[in-house]
Design a protein around this ligand. Structure first.
Ligand code: NCD
Ligand code: ZN
Length: 342
């Protein structure tokens, strides 16, 4: 164990985040905006964000929920295969990327793409490529749950080949196959969550079922986790941190028919410091949580330094606001590092 007692991270970025809307937005947004410089916000609201009006008003609601925090919300549009070039040209400066969900693959994705055939996706993808709008993809088929990401690899390849100028981000990757694919195409990048660096399917379902660790894509095998963790620890130049923190109220997690999503916003940075420290890789953490994303997305985030001290942090059992609540990962457990409030 290192004898380090303090540590700093500069301009942390969360490149895959669900903030929801209404009181849940008011509850969870500050838990990110207090400690991150910026975050890429997912568009899977009900209904999903597909118009400029919906996008700009959501951005304003996020801003209001984050109060005076130094924080940028990088908002995204929900992919549709028939967006016109003119529409995308007009909205380009308001978005960081467009998020593509295969229809029905995860929470609120029912109106996603009904075909992943490049020819069907071509109208929107070719405009995005010309306009330089990055494409974020939830890469899962509807096959056997453990093989869904692996089966999606040929689809990533077909898009990467058909649009070599299009920047593609494989979201929340969970397999060694996805890590290996990064090296094959210049235009492929990826994000990885906190939980997929830490857990396998055993942690979710190997003993008593753990609903708060259940998410899409499901955590995979030990060798997958190792490949993801090694890539993150060495600051793979195409791998960014994206928490995929996905809040669902407690009654939708602790029930029959548990919603998919792990809520990690309030603990993510502290746990990353502990994890990178354990593997003697703290020097690479700032690349993983900020610099790589700055390069991939050509971002200049607001200046923000987060100071950590080696002091126990007891993770709250639940976060609540009005009628909303959410249970975080590691609820009631003690973390080794705390964030020093400024
Ligand atoms: C996300 C959600 O709840 O919106 N759930 C999840 O399990 N990750 C959607 C997603 O990113 O798949
Ligand atoms: Zn997500």
């Amino acid at each position: 164990m290192s004898s380090l007692t303090t540590f700093e991270i500069h301009e942390p970025l969360d490149m895959h985040l669900h903030l929801r809307d209404g009181d849940m937005l008011k509850l969870v947004a500050p838990l990110t905006s207090e400690t991150f410089s910026g975050a890429l916000i997912m568009p899977n609201l009900v209904p999903p964000i597909t118009t400029k009006e919906a996008l700009l008003s959501y951005k304003q609601r996020i801003k209001d929920a984050c109060k005076d925090d130094i924080f940028d919300a990088y908002v995204t549009l929900f992919f549709q295969s028939d967006y016109s070039y003119e529409f995308l040209e007009d909205i380009k400066d308001d978005i960081i990327a467009i998020k593509l969900y295969p229809a029905g693959i995860t929470t609120n994705s029912e109106t996603g793409a009904s075909s992943m055939d490049v020819e069907v996706l071509r109208p929107t993808l070719s405009s995005m490529s010309k306009l330089g709008i990055p494409l974020c993809i939830h890469g899962e088929t509807n096959g056997f749950v453990m093989d869904r990401e692996k089966e999606f690899m040929p689809i990533y390849e077909s898009i990467a080949k058909a649009f070599p100028e299009l920047k593609i981000i494989m979201e929340h990757i969970t397999t060694k196959d996805a890590i290996d694919l990064l090296d094959k195409y210049d235009n492929l990048h990826a994000s990885v969550t906190l939980q997929h660096l830490l857990i396998t399917l055993d942690d979710v379902a190997g003993g008593m079922l753990q609903p708060h660790l259940f998410c899409k894509p499901i955590a995979k095998r030990p060798e997958d986790r190792s490949a993801l963790l090694n890539a993150a620890l060495k600051a793979h130049p195409k791998l960014m941190f994206g928490s995929d923190s996905a809040p669902h109220p407690k009654h939708k997690k602790e029930c029959c028919g548990c919603a998919a999503g792990v809520f990690t916003s309030p603990i993510a940075l502290q746990v990353l410091v502990e994890l990178f420290e354990k593997h003697n890789c703290l020097d690479n953490l700032n690349d993983f949580v900020s610099l790589t994303a700055q390069k991939v997305y050509e971002l200049t985030p607001k200046k923000k330094t987060i100071k950590f001290i080696k002091k126990d942090f007891l993770v709250p059992a639940i976060y609540e606001y009005k009628n909303e609540n959410v249970v975080p990962m590691y609820a009631n457990e003690t973390l080794a590092w705390s964030i020093e409030k400024s």
